[in-house]
Design a protein around this ligand. Structure first.
Ligand code: AMP
Ligand code: GLY
Length: 423
């Protein structure tokens, strides 16, 4: 099969790495890809949100199956356009991708179908939002409705901070169209976990558990980012917790989406808060997590490609996945300054030495190749990933590899996995 993968991050490098190992694979293309993906796939210069360009490429190259990495093209309806062209694709339709594309839609769905999540209100008028905030008090959470590259969530510790966030979003146009409606919700306390399930619109297959570190700096301090590191399994997600999340959150959502005429096919990623009152949904994403996907891919023993095809074709019910009984951990190396302003184009050395360590894989997140050199080309740049018998062992190997990478303009957290190791 000729497969086209869409995206250019560490998630897509990990997917390319897994797909390349499939005996079913003919040729793998990636649009647009990065310098690491280029070792696994032929990178083509079509942007991930150029829907018409991607459909035209898939037709021209007679692509048998498309795998979509990021949420942007999903929300824009790439899956619908490919399906209309008769091309098989893994991922949700535009209407189903609203689970991530509109937080207000997601919250209303949960309310209608009794799926546990934080209490909320949705607003387009600042005065009404502020009245709700004053009535509820702080801490309280303000979220832009639409896609805001992971930056649209404000955890306010005071009422005035929350009111300022309302002004910035509703009046100040902080997130443009994505912030013309806001969700204001109850602050949930507990430990957070990332929960993934493959689904074909009816059946759901849970994947291994993972945890991410959202804050930029050690000790979970600093600004929120797309994720600075992850590990799998997540010790807090016991078999009982996983069963609870499936029964109370994932399965009711899949049934609800089908009932709403928006069947969800693809990978459903629930950000869940494990509260004293049980797991509650923080958010849905309609794609694999980045960097959680990287640790899932190195733990997956089964062939990924037939699993994705089964989800796309509606035959997941009889499908099973096998996992290696080992832990995995990934450390994100980012350009100094990330998630704020950072430089591009700085040179990275020592990648071969790092990747040559046993049980280490270095996924590229934001790189480009130029005259045989590897240059940083984004905020999150590398995902140094290792496996081990325990998370502690995987962590030690990952940092050994990090220390072999010579990139003075980069930084990483030194404490990825602390919750799992410290407990
Ligand atoms: P989201 O993009 O909705 O996942 O929000 C980003 C991060 O903000 C989450 O990973 C949580 O750490 C935090 N967060 C979001 N909603 C809440 C909430 N209702 N209570 C506490 N923390 C939250
Ligand atoms: N790691 C968080 C995300 O992919 O949204």
């Amino acid at each position: 099969m000729n497969v086209l993968l869409i995206g250019s991050g560490g998630r897509e490098h990990a997917l390319a790495w897994s797909l390349s190992a499939s005996p079913l694979l003919g040729k793998l293309y990636c649009a647009p890809g990065n310098a690491g993906i280029a070792a696994e796939a032929e990178c083509v210069a079509v942007a991930a949100d150029d829907i018409a360009g991607l459909v035209a490429f898939a037709r021209r190259e007679r692509i048998d199956f498309v795998v979509v990495g990021p949420e942007g093209p999903l929300v824009l309806g790439l899956v619908d356009r490919l399906s209309e062209a008769g091309i098989k694709v893994f991922g949700p339709s535009g209407k189903a991708a609203a689970l991530e594309g509109s937080k207000a839609f997601m919250k209303d769905l949960c309310a209608k179908y009794g799926i546990p999540t934080a209490a909320y209100g949705r607003f387009t008028e600042a005065a009404k939002a502020k009245a709700f905030i004053r009535e509820r008090g702080a801490p309280i959470v303000v979220k832009a409705d639409g896609l805001a590259a992971g930056k649209g969530v404000m955890i306010a510790t005071t009422v005035s901070e929350a009111e300022a966030a309302i002004d910035a979003m509703l009046t100040g146009g902080q997130f443009g169209a994505a912030g013309t409606e806001v969700v204001v919700e109850e602050f949930l306390e507990g430990e957070e976990a990332s929960f993934f399930a493959l689904t074909d619109g009816a059946a759901a297959l849970p994947l291994a558990s993972a945890q991410d570190h959202k804050r930029a700096h050690d000790g979970d301090s600093g600004p929120n980012t797309g994720g600075m590191g992850a590990y799998s399994p997540a010790p807090v997600v016991t078999d009982a917790v996983a069963a609870d999340v499936m029964a109370r959150i994932i399965e009711p959502t899949i049934a609800a989406m089908a009932a709403e005429g928006r069947p969800f096919k693809g990978v459903l990623y629930a950000g869940v808060m494990l509260t004293k009152a049980g797991p509650k949904l923080l958010e849905y994403n309609v794609r694999f997590g980045d960097p959680e996907c990287q640790v899932l891919c190195v733990r997956l023993m089964s062939d990924l490609l037939p699993a994705l095809i089964a989800a796309a074709e509606g035959v997941l019910r009889s499908f099973q996945l096998r996992w290696y009984d080992k832990a995995a951990l990934t450390v994100v190396m980012a350009a100094k300054g990330y998630p704020d302003a950072y430089r591009k184009g700085t040179e990275i050395r020592g990648l071969e030495k790092a990747a040559a360590l046993p049980d280490v894989t270095v996924f590229h997140a934001g790189t480009k190749g130029e005259d045989g050199r590897i240059l940083a080309n984004g905020g999150r740049v590398l995902n140094v990933t290792a496996t081990g018998r325990t998370i502690a062992e995987a962590q030690q190997r990952a940092y050994e590899a990090v220390d072999l990478i010579d990139w003075p303009e980069g930084f990483c957290r030194r404490d990825i996995g602390w919750r799992a190791i410290g407990s």
